[in-house]
Write a protein that binds this ligand. Structure first.
Ligand SMILES: *[C@@H]1O[C@H](CO)[C@@H](O)[C@H](O)[C@H]1NC(C)=O
Ligand SMILES: *[C@@H]1O[C@H](CO)[C@@H](O)[C@H](O)[C@H]1NC(C)=O
Ligand SMILES: *[C@@H]1O[C@H](CO)[C@@H](O)[C@H](O)[C@H]1NC(C)=O
Ligand SMILES: *[C@@H]1O[C@H](CO)[C@@H](O)[C@H](O)[C@H]1NC(C)=O
Ligand SMILES: *[C@@H]1O[C@H](CO)[C@@H](O)[C@H](O)[C@H]1NC(C)=O
Length: 661
């Protein structure tokens, strides 16, 4: 019997590599040490590279890539033959290589699904598995293990790098930070390190026990699983299911790779042969990799020296090592020592992590000297180019003073890393209140006040300080709430760091998809008007309780501003309001905010108001002048045009504020 199995396996493996041959349907195990010539069902942007590396996604934004074993497998809950039971075992090696520095997204999901197409599923935080309406339905019959790199508030993710067990739902049944056990201790892994890692998934139908075990490549399978969970898959898995991977990118993107994969329905999956796995393409930024390689051995050497000489001094100096250059002398007062920040954040402990956003990870801390509560933002930054200018800008921004700005207290610099120190905001990001069920719904009174707060902060940046400051990344996740729920604008000017040429290969527009004005996308030039555009999107987001881009909605609903515009044209603008505010909001204020939102997101910059005008409208101090919505949005124009050829841009320009509908 054992010999039979072995020959079957050899036969199967042999055919796998020869490809092309249609295999018998009773496949119970397979192994791919690399995917050269492998017969997999690929869809989305997935491809097999010439060296046999399976690339699920590249760094194109908002894409899905999938790869499935092309034949269905039997998962029969009442099977007498154990190979048809619900038990399975799999082992694979994966790597996620971020486009820019951390953070990046979104991740890879090992997937067991009734279909290989997963119609209607979308990218970003949905991993190409579901969309917002299908997420959570028991009719999905999808089982997935997500390797997620982003903390998505709507799914109550615990942190950045984490593993989750998903049954029909991206709100994981169970999840755990990316760690593994070795020699009696727990070590963290960073999925976005770009290094290959391996995962084992073992399910036993009789025990109804699912084990997930993670480790870096090269280590043996740890004896203790990362997660061991009781779960009954009999209602989830259908008789015939496909196994494979689904992966997605979002506004931030990584290359997602599978290097090797072994799967079995009869006993433990075979171990992969690491020596046969394809290698990853060279890193885009070999420089940072080099730095890492140089640092690691030297730390080891020093550790050895210390062990020999018994001196702890050197190692401590290394641990707290900073970069200080002569030109920084004048910034003395704004310069924090790394040692203080390290102590304040308890060594940048995971527990102190407040979140990971567009430009880095943020940690909570208490300064040992003053007991002051702070938030420390850690940004990977390898370019020396522009650093002097950027630090001088940062320091000058430290002089900005406004009750609706998150105060920047100072900075610190280390190799490859910039740390910015801010006032701590106890209520965190507004985005969580808008889109996560774990936080209470904000009332209309609170929302309206936050809008005014942010408007007045932007006015200060644009017009009231000694020099013009563009924010460049106004959005809900950059608005923080203080202890009294006042809105405070954070991260001002930070986007500039990335314009000073971190990565010459990406001539990317800085900002966030959905908030980027059309002329900014075209010319790359940020102006006060592009900030106003982003603020307009933000106003709509607050009023509608919806994100600026929802890919899973039908084309007319995708872009929030277009959707609101359509409702306005249909004379039903209030239908756009967040249904959670039903019966609570002041209709005049809601309508004002929605209309101002449309006005600010006008594709023509010259038709947008200034921040000063906006503040006046929001305060109700000024009667609204006749403001025209010339030509409306471009998308609308083409729709109108098809509808009625005689329509010209001018003939449907309407007064959005004063006359309304
Ligand atoms: C990613 O792959 C797709 C499909 O092969 C291709 O069109 C696109 O240009 C690639 N993007 C990058 C950033 O390489
Ligand atoms: C599942 O197993 C039972 C018992 O062996 C058998 O009667 C049934 O036909 C199987 N179902 C499928 C779809 O193979
Ligand atoms: C179980 O299935 C395998 C192939 O799928 C077959 O070779 C074997 O004879 C079956 N055993 C029994 C007891 O039905
Ligand atoms: C969501 O996905 C389901 C399939 O699971 C599909 O039928 C539906 O059309 C999708 N919804 C949208 C809005 O795309
Ligand atoms: C899961 O892990 C537990 C604890 O290590 C072990 O007792 C059990 O046999 C494992 N089950 C599977 C299916 O690997």
């Amino acid at each position: 019997m054992a010999a039979d199995l072995k020959s079957l396996l050899i036969l199967v493996t042999f055919f796998m590599f020869l490809d092309q041959f249609a295999l018998p349907q009773e496949q119970n195990q397979f192994i791919f040490n690399g995917f050269k010539g492998a017969n997999l069902h690929l869809n989305g942007i997935a491809k097999i590279l010439p060296n046999g590396l399976l690339e699920l996604t590249n760094t194109s934004n908002i894409q899905v890539g999938r790869a499935f074993f092309p034949f269905p497998l039997k998962f029969n809950k009442s099977a007498s033959n154990s190979s048809d039971s619900l038990s399975f075992s799999t082992h694979f090696v994966f790597a996620m290589v971020p486009e820019l520095a951390n953070p990046s997204g979104h991740g890879i999901a090992f997937t067991i699904s009734p279909t290989m197409e997963l119609a209607g599923a979308v990218a970003s935080q949905y991993f190409g598995l579901f969309n917002s309406s299908s997420n959570g339905l028991s009719s999905n019959h999808v089982f997935a293990i997500e390797l997620d790199t982003i903390q998505s508030p709507e799914f109550e993710d615990m942190q950045g790098s984490h593993v989750g067990i998903d049954v029909n739902n991206l709100r994981s049944l169970k999840s755990a930070p990316a760690t593994y056990f070795t020699e009696g201790i727990t070590k963290s892994l960073d999925f976005l390190s770009g290094s290959p890692m391996q995962l084992w998934i073992d399910y036993d139908e009789v025990e109804k026990l699912l084990n997930l075990t993670l480790a870096p490549v090269g280590s043996n399978k740890p004896t203790q699983p990362l997660l061991s969970t009781s779960i009954d898959l009999s209602t989830v898995l259908l008789d015939s299911m496909y196994v494979g991977f689904s992966s997605s990118t979002g506004e931030l993107a990584s290359d997602h790779y599978i290097l090797g994969w072994s799967f079995s329905k009869i006993g433990k999956a075979q171990s992969l042969d690491y020596s046969k796995l394809p290698s990853l393409p060279p890193r885009r930024k070999p420089k940072s990799k080099e730095d890492l390689i140089i640092i690691l051995p030297s730390v080891a050497v020093i550790a050895m020296l210390v062990a020999i000489s018994g001196g702890a001094y050197v190692i401590r100096r290394k641990k707290y090592e900073e970069i200080r250059e002569d030109w920084e002398k004048e910034y003395g007062p704004q310069r924090f020592s790394y040692k203080d920040l390290y102590k304040a954040t308890k060594g940048f402990k995971e527990k102190e992590l407040l979140g990971s956003g567009g430009f880095g990870s943020v940690y909570r801390g208490v300064l040992p000297s003053s007991n002051e509560h702070i938030a420390v933002k850690k940004i990977s930054h390898n370019s020396k180019q522009g650093m002097k200018q950027f630090v001088s800008e940062i320091v000058s921004m430290g002089r900005l003073r406004h009750r609706n700005l998150v105060q920047l207290l100072g900075y610190c610099r280390r190799k490859g890393e910039l740390l910015l120190v801010y006032d701590y905001m106890p209520n965190g990001s507004l985005e969580k209140f808008l889109f996560s069920n774990s936080k209470p719904n904000l009332s209309w009174v609170q929302r309206f006040r936050i809008l005014k707060d942010v408007a007045s902060a932007l006015l200060y940046l644009h017009e009231e300080w000694e020099q013009l400051v563009l924010h460049r990344d106004v959005k809900a996740s950059n608005i923080l709430l203080d202890a009294n729920f006042n809105g405070r604008l954070g991260d001002f000017g930070l986007a500039k760091l990335y314009e000073h040429g971190t990565n010459p290969q990406t001539t990317c527009v800085v900002g966030t998809l959905g908030y980027i004005a059309p002329e900014l996308a075209r010319t790359g030039k940020a102006t006060t008007s592009t900030d106003v555009f982003a603020f307009g999107t933000f106003m709509l987001e607050i009023a509608c309780g919806r994100k600026p881009l929802e890919l899973q909605l039908d084309p007319e609903g995708t872009i929030l501003a277009d959707w609101v515009l359509q409702l306005w044209k249909a004379g039903a603008i209030l239908d756009a309001s967040d249904h959670r505010l039903e019966g609570e909001y002041v209709a005049e204020e809601m309508e004002l905010v929605l209309r101002l939102g449309l006005l600010c997101t006008n594709p023509m910059a010259s038709n947008r108001p200034s921040m000063r005008q906006l503040v006046q409208y929001l305060d109700g101090n000024v009667t609204l002048p006749e403001i025209r919505l010339e030509g409306a949005r471009i998308e609308m124009m083409s729709i109108e045009h098809n509808f009625n050829n005689s329509v010209s841009a001018n003939s449907f320009s309407s007064s959005i504020l004063s006359t309304g509908r």
